[in-house]
Design a protein around this ligand. Sequence first.
Ligand code: UDP
Ligand code: MG
Length: 323
Amino acid sequence: MPLLSAVVPCFNEEDSLPLFLSELDKVCKKMRDEWPDLSFEAVLVDDGSSDGTLTIMRNAVSNAEYGFHVRWISFSRNFGKEAALYAGLRHSHGDYVATLDADMQDPPSLLPQMYSILQTEDYDNVATRRQDRKGEPPIRSWFAHRFYNLINHISNADIVDGARDFRLMKRPMVDAVLSMCEYNRFSKGIYGWVGFKTKWISYENVDRVAGNTKWSFLKLFAYALDGIVAFSTAPLVLASLIGVLLCVVAFVLVIFIVVRTLMFGDPVAGWPSLICAITFIGGAQLLSVGILGQYLAKTYLETKRRPIYIVRLSSEPENNAQK
Ligand code: UDP
Ligand code: MG
C-alpha cells in the first residue's frame, strides 16, 4: 500500500494551520476516491513557534476525522525553514513525499494532479513554479530575476526562476536529498544538484490565508547570498581575476611612469590620482578578502558538524532529543 507524506514546516502558523489541515483533509479524501489503496500521513514540523502552533499539532493527532495520520516534531528553537524541511523529510515514511507551506501558498489541491503525473509518466518528482510575480514589490522581483540569472550562470545546480519549495518526490529522490547533510542548506540548489527527472507545473501565485510572511527583503537578500556561496565558487575566481587585472594595470603604470620620467623628467604632480589608485586597490583587496571570508565562514560552520536541528518534543517520544 503506497503512502504519501505531506511535510509541512510551521513557524507561528496558528492562524493558517487549521485551515491548511482541513484543506489537506479534503484533498486526501478526494484522492482516496481515485486511488483507494493510497494512504496519507502529515509530518508537521514546529520550527520553534511561540504561538499556539504546537497545541494545534497535538490536537490534530487525536482528530479521527482527518483522512491522514498526523505526526509532528517540535524544535527546541527556531532553526529556519530549511532545517524544518530537512527534519520533515527525515521523519517521513512515505513512498511519495510532498513538501508544502502551511499558509496555503502551495495549494494542496494540486496534489492529485502531481500524483497522477508520477503514476502515468516517467518522472521522479513534480515541482512547481509561480507563473508570475504578481503582487510582489517590483524591486524584489527585479532582484529575484537577477539572482536566478546569476546563479544559473555560475553554478551547476539547475535552479529555476520562480521555483517554489512545493514538490512531490518519489522516495529515491527524497533519500538523495537527505544524503546531502550539509549544514548550510539551500533547498532550491539541492533539488537541482541531485538531478532526477523533474516535471515542472506552474500555477498562479496565491496570497497567504492568514498570518504574515517571515521573510523581509534583507533576509531574502542574505538567503540569496547563501545560495551563491553554497553552490558556486565563482566569486573566488572573480576575486583572483580582479587581483590579476590589477597586477597588469600596475605593471603597465610602472612602465609608463618610468618611461615618462626618463623622457620628460619628474614633474611633481598627481596626488589625486595616487589617492584614487590607493582607494581602488584597497577596495578591491577588501572585497576579495571579504569574499574569501564568506567561504571561510561557511567552511568553519560546516566543520563544526553541528546538528541541523534539535527536537524538543515529538509525537513519537523515541525521536526526542535526536538530531
Ligand atoms: N517557516 C519555517 N521557519 C521559519 C520561517 C518560515 O518553518 O523560520 C515556514 C512557514 O511557517 C511557512 C513556510 O515556511 O509554512 C513559508 O514561510 P512564509 O510563508 O513566511 O514565506 P513566503 O511564502 O512568504 O516565502
Ligand atoms: Mg508563504
